[in-house]
Design a protein around this ligand. Structure first.
Ligand code: 5GP
Ligand code: ZN
Length: 143
């Protein structure tokens, strides 16, 4: 899958602002960010969409989602956190690799968010990633 952008991020072939990685999952800042703190949680394994997802990988992504969501809550104190996932072109999927969007929400966002609305620079994404990594470390240290 040499042309898959998320496989390249997993392999370290293209840069990303990574907030979490374990044996099965990787989480990094979305370059086409809807709101500050917008993270993508993906399986390391190339799984195109939820129809192709095996139970073990689904469970691993679910665990990573919960951990990263708590860390985003800690780092950004959003009033809400939306999870989005597109499966298939007609559902709006643009990267064919299993992943879930975690999007911090504020009261003034309304029900709908424009998608995507901003492309922060690498420095901003790195700063946001560092804040989330710190919250993850604090949580791990507190266990
Ligand atoms: P989808 O539309 O498939 O649910 O979401 C794909 C997401 O991947 C988009 O929000 C897009 O901004 C993000 N994305 C695409 N290429 C890259 C990349 O090279 N790096 C990062 N960090 N995100 C990417
Ligand atoms: Zn892939």
């Amino acid at each position: 899958m040499s042309d898959c952008v998320f496989c390249k991020i997993v392999a370290g072939e293209i840069p990303a602002s990574i907030v979490h990685a374990d044996a099965d999952t990787i989480a990094f800042m979305d370059i086409g960010s809807v709101n500050p703190g917008h993270v993508l949680v993906a399986s390391k394994k190339h799984v195109e969409n939820i129809y192709a997802l095996d139970d073990a990988t689904g469970a691993a992504v679910g665990r990573a989602l919960a951990r990263v969501a708590r860390a985003i809550g800690e780092a950004f104190s959003p009033e809400g956190l939306s999870q989005y996932q597109a499966n298939g072109k007609l559902a709006g999927q643009t990267v064919f690799h299993y992943h879930v969007h975690l999007v911090p929400r504020r009261r003034d966002d309304g029900m709908k968010v424009d998608w995507p609305v901003r492309n922060p620079g690498r420095d901003v994404l790195e700063g946001d990633a560092a804040a989330i990594r710190k919250a993850l470390q604090q949580e791990a240290g507190g266990r």
